[in-house]
Design a protein around this ligand. Structure first.
Ligand SMILES: [Zn+2]
Length: 252
């Protein structure tokens, strides 16, 4: 769906920023979600239901109760194993190149059902794994947008390093930035650009603080970002992906 009328944001705000945190790691519920809540901000936590989450799902109920989104990040974190040597960490059983539409849909439905048991929500967004946006290979390669549209309000799609505007808006394939290894000073100009463009900036993070994940942002830089978003809350609407997507769908 494409709209070319300018975005209108709530309460006279100038832009939206969505912070998204991937892979359901403990620092998210131990430190990140409480800090966001303290500052009056909400975010999306993309939960991969396999791994640590299954042995300790309870803390995520608290995260949801604070108003954050538990986003779907699949059951088994499948990605395209292309080139194979870059994805040695991923079992060949979970190669998106070998997925059918049926298998992808079935697994995402089960993942959403698990999350629904924690948050009671039916409206949810999807966070593409490894930023990959297709299944199958060769002439069977299929873009996920159609399948995503059937199940989700929206999805964080390709890593475009671009601000979402009415011209680039595609709900099942929202372009985003990576915040991993960035300093606040490196992110600030893009946030200011989002204000000037009245656009929507989506940021992807994994860990927060050294040792929390192979990809991470330093704790101090992350705190500086949250402090800035709190200070600028008159101009910047910092909210979960599902909240912003629903707002845009209801105000076309
Ligand atoms: Zn991931």
């Amino acid at each position: 769906m494409t709209s070319h009328t300018p975005f209108t944001w709530p309460d006279g705000q100038q832009c939206a920023v969505s912070l998204t945190y991937d892979d359901a790691i403990p620092v998210h519920y131990e430190r990140v979600a409480p800090l966001l809540t303290e500052k009056g901000l909400t975010a999306t936590f993309y939960i991969c239901a396999h791994g640590g989450f299954t042995s300790n799902p309870a803390p995520w109920k608290q995260v949801a109760a604070q108003g954050h989104e538990l986003g779907n990040h699949s059951l088994f974190h499948p990605c395209r194993r292309e080139p194979e040597e870059n994805y040695s960490w991923l079992s060949p059983h979970y190669d998106l190149c070998d997925y059918s539409s049926q298998r992808w849909t079935d697994e995402m439905r089960v993942a959403s059902c698990l999350l629904n048991q924690l948050d009671g929500e039916t409206d949810r967004t999807f966070g593409n794994t490894c930023c990959h946006t297709s299944i199958g290979r060769g002439n069977k390669k299929k873009d996920l947008s159609e399948l995503i549209d059937n199940m989700f309000v929206a999805a964080r799609g390709p890593l475009t390093h671009e601000i979402v505007t009415p011209q680039t808006l595609s709900f099942p394939a929202l372009g985003h930035f990576s915040g991993d290894r960035k300093t606040f000073g490196e992110m600030q100009p893009d946030i200011e650009r989002a204000i000037n463009m009245k656009g929507w900036m989506i940021l992807m993070f994994h860990g927060v603080g050294e040792g929390t994940h192979g990809h991470y942002i330093e704790t101090e830089e992350h705190t500086k970002l949250l402090n800035y978003l709190e200070e600028k809350s008159k101009d910047i609407w910092t909210a979960s992906l599902v909240k912003v997507a629903k707002h845009l769908k209801n105000n076309p």
